[in-house]
Write a protein that binds this ligand. Structure first.
Ligand SMILES: *Cc1c(COP(=O)(O)O)cnc(C)c1O
Length: 718
């Protein structure tokens, strides 16, 4: 559009309406032109609303928005976004249409997960499991796989984290307002909400559903907050993994049994049910009940049918991490449901027991999921192996390597995790269609060549991203400090150096992830951080589950180091880790640190988000990194083994971490050639990009799920 053409107010009003509509599809969160347009329409409002554009548009009148679009530059950006959106939504030539027509003909994948990490404005996840579900969904849309996600609408979600003056984590649960989120009530043709119910104990619990649009696919969130329900049941779903064991099983009943009923009420017939972790495994009981009670099948026939239509992904490598319910609790909550199909709730117990005849065994959701699915998988090669070992008793006639649990290694949805700066950097280097080539190793191979992308270009990118992170951290710490109003002498304007090697560590503060490992030997850690010639700084973030005091002690310990005068401004704990903070951390850090107690990190995904930003991983050989590391695309802490004793392991890993930092990572970063750039470092960065990006992404991962698990009706265990 030329500068001289005039836009009428009526035209601008129409475009404003279309733009507001697009905000109801999270498509905008992984398309950089849309993301940046929304940001620039009102930057301060956008940041204050934590990038929640529905909340933002709630504050901007149609008049104001239209007025902003009278600016020809904004208008042409808006029209470009509308065109891109319409093109995406009407695209028929997708990966699935070319390679998996069968699934398009047979019906959608119904993907059940207790959490979904989609965007910073939707706190309905607690960690990696949810992030994986969200990334899986976005790639399903990009690939054209028919797909519907099912989860719960947690009104308060997962908490907001504050760090108190004593360094102890505090939790705040603000209520979200569905009207200020990208949610649409699921309604029938007459416009009335679709309502379904489940029985828990002696009560009927009613629920409706909210739809979230993600590109071409959607996700429904079940919500029991209805007037017909007793208060207790209205509040049952307010928090992610909140409440006691009765709340837990009740949430899982709504998710699994309620989820199937809502799909039926919406007229959706899935071709396959995918259980992302065991939380939703009760859905298999509802499918059984339908077949026996409504279709007149025998139990044996019904079980065979359910198994043919269910696949299961397990995520938990420790026995104690799997949901288990006592027979009493099963009877208390599920008696009424069960008598529609069985004599008594106790009749379902064998389905959740490794030894069906062992009356002492509780009901395990993972066992139910394994018994009722045609295929099961772990989320990395090592995790697959650990899972086969853990569940071998379920398959007494098979040797451990024949236990039918395979693996598909996790990935990340790369466009969603790429910062806007990096996105545009790649537009210039690779062309604007680079997100369409994530499953093409040859496309990324070119990056190995310094003629294709130079040290200078990468250095420029790293500086921009590092500064963006550091300014974000300074602002956050200023706000945090102002809240307590007791540090008048402290300035946060100068903390962290924009030139120093910056290490990032952010994830849930579960004990096995060993957040404070780097401080195992505080003197040695300080020697590394305080070296004046080769300065190193480290930024931590992460939430501890409200009931996990060990995790909270870890946070307090790190906050303590951050407050020591000599470490102030070199060690930082950033509060309230979320998807936005995560995106900034994985893009601004030069090194991403991952030091779990092996083999407890089933996959891990945060390190996969760094490669597109030119960051490098330093990690224990666990989960995905054990498969990804090739000697030149990052660094390993220790090797492909671990001692049996935890004390010994922690000691060895700390020693190996110091060694790799002191002898390899830090020297390579500070080894500058005549031109002032770390040449070997950038060879490593280029190699990391070429090898990691095309492999550890959810396009590759979802393609594997489609080929091996969704369309293959034969048991395809491995
Ligand atoms: C990627 C991500 C995770 C998962 O991190 P892991 O290192 O795999 O545990 C958790 N939370 C957020 C906000 C993330 O972005």
């Amino acid at each position: 559009m030329s500068h001289h053409s005039t836009i009428t107010f009526a035209e601008a009003t129409d475009i404003a309406r279309e733009i507001k509509n697009i905000a109801y599809n999270l498509w905008w969160t992984w398309h950089v032109d849309a993301r940046d347009l929304f940001r620039d329409l009102s930057p301060q409002t956008y940041f204050r609303c934590n990038h929640n554009v529905i909340a933002m548009f709630d504050e901007i009148s149609d008049q104001e928005l239209a007025a902003r679009l009278l600016d020809p530059k904004q208008m042409s950006r808006a029209q470009n976004v509308i065109n891109q959106y319409n093109q995406y939504m009407s695209e028929n030539n997708t990966w699935a249409s070319k390679h998996a027509g069968e699934i398009i003909r047979s019906g959608p994948v119904a993907y059940f997960s207790a959490e979904f990490g989609l965007h910073e404005s939707l706190p309905i996840y607690s960690g990696g499991l949810g992030i994986l579900a969200g990334d899986h969904t976005k790639s399903a849309s990009d690939l054209g796989v028919p797909f519907i996600g099912v989860s719960l609408y947690y009104r308060q979600g997962y908490f907001e984290q504050r760090i108190g003056p004593d360094g102890w984590q505090q939790e705040e649960f603000p209520n979200t307002d569905p009207k200020k989120l990208p949610l649409e009530l699921v309604a029938n043709k007459a416009g009335d909400p679709i309502v379904a119910s489940v029985k828990i104990g002696h009560s009927d619990i009613y629920f409706h559903a909210w739809r979230i649009n993600l590109g071409r696919v959607s996700l429904i969130l079940l919500d029991t907050n209805r007037e017909e329900n007793e208060l207790h049941y209205r509040e049952m779903i307010s928090q992610v993994y909140g409440g006691d064991i009765t709340t837990r099983i009740s949430q899982e009943i709504v998710l699994g049994i309620g989820g199937v009923r809502m799909l039926r009420a919406m007229g959706i017939t899935p071709s396959v049910y995918h259980l992302n972790e065991g939380h939703s495994a009760f859905l298999t009981l509802e499918l059984l009940r339908e077949l026996v009670r409504e279709k007149g099948k025998t139990t044996a026939e019904a079980i065979r049918w359910v198994r043919q239509h269910t696949v299961f992904t397990t995520h938990t490598p420790v026995p104690a991490g799997h949901d288990r319910f006592s027979e009493d609790l099963i009877r208390f909550t599920l008696q009424k449901f069960c008598t529609e199909c069985w004599d008594d709730a106790s009749d379902i117990m064998p389905l959740g027991r490794v030894d069906a005849n062992d009356k002492e065994e509780p009901f395990c959701m993972t066992v139910l999921a394994l018994k009722m699915s045609r295929a099961a998988n772990g989320v990395s090669e090592l995790h697959g192996r650990v899972s086969r070992e853990m569940w071998k008793d379920l398959y007494p006639n098979k040797s451990v390597d024949k236990v039918p649990i395979g693996f598909i290694t996790n990935g990340v949805h790369v466009p969603g995790w790429t910062s806007s700066r990096a996105f545009r950097f790649w537009h210039n280097i690779l062309g604007e269609d680079w997100p369409d080539h994530l499953d093409d190793p040859e496309f990324w191979q070119r990056i190995e060549d310094p003629e294709f992308i130079s040290d200078e270009e990468l250095w420029a990118l790293r500086y921009v991203l590092r500064r963006e992170l550091i300014e974000f951290v300074r602002t956050r710490l200023r706000q945090q400090s102002a809240r307590y109003g007791n540090n008048p002498g402290i300035t946060f304007d100068r903390i962290l150096s924009t030139d120093a090697l910056t290490i990032g560590f952010a994830r849930r503060f579960a004990a096995y992830k060993r957040a404070p490992l780097f401080f195992s030997d505080p003197q040695r850690a300080k020697r590394i951080l305080l070296n004046p010639e080769r300065p190193v700084q480290i930024i931590y973030a992460g939430k501890s589950h409200p009931r996990d005091d060990q995790g909270k002690k870890f946070i307090q310990q790190l906050v303590g180091f951050a407050r020591e005068p000599e470490l102030f401004g070199k060690v930082v704990f950033l509060e309230n880790y979320d998807i936005n903070a995560g995106r900034l951390l994985v893009s601004g850090s030069d090194v991403w640190l991952n030091n779990p107690r092996r083999p407890l990190e089933a996959s891990g995904t945060s390190g996969q988000k760094t490669a597109i930003h030119g960051g490098l991983n330093v990690s224990i050989m666990d989960g995905w990194w054990r498969e990804a590391y090739d000697g030149g695309n990052g660094w390993a802490i220790g090797d492909d083994s671990h001692p049996d004793s935890i004390e010994e392991q922690d000691k060895q890993d700390a020693e190996n971490l110091y060694d790799v930092l002191e002898n390899q990572v830090i020297p390579e970063f500070y080894d500058r050639e005549g031109n002032g750039l770390p040449r070997k470092w950038f060879d490593r960065v280029r190699h990391a990009m070429a090898t990691l990006i095309p492999q550890y992404n959810t396009d590759r991962m979802v393609e594997e799920y489609v080929r091996r698990y969704y369309i293959n009706n034969k048991s395809s265990a491995k």
